[in-house]
Design a binder for this molecule. Sequence first.
Ligand SMILES: [Zn+2]
Length: 175
Amino acid sequence: MSKYQSNRLNSLTLILNASYLPLGVCSSKRAICLYFLDKVDILMNYDERIHSPSLQMKIPSVIKLKKYVSFNSLDIVLNRKNLLMRDNSCCQYCGSKSSLTIDHIVPKQKGGQDTWENLIIACSPCNSKKGNRTPYEAEMKLMKIPKKPNRFMYYNQYISQRNEGWKDYLFQNKN
Ligand SMILES: [Zn+2]
């Protein structure tokens, strides 16, 4: 397979449950495998095709599982990558986009937990300035109140002009 083709296979495909609720995002390569395993129906394609001696098909953009799977797709994992996404990769005290760290709003030593509401992205200078204090004690103001991101935010990061068609399958209920 040419390099160009393998790039195309790095396209992203939206996976829907049999109930049409979004389940997640996978590589188009995986989507094509699922299709040939007869696990999914293809609902929407990109304009580009992949070619091989034995196969020529459009790259799937949206697929739907044939069998319903029970899976809580609403839960977004609390990790650094998703915190960066939620906080737009900028310090929540000063807006800086460099030397980013994770700050506990209420410090761990004062009982602060690892939760969406207590963790934010902060640059290293702000993090050290705040030290072991709450923002109130340190007189540092947060740019916004941190909350658990919703599915809208999760899928929105993948939406581009190329896969605008996904919007038809997402965001019907923004929870
Ligand atoms: Zn900062």
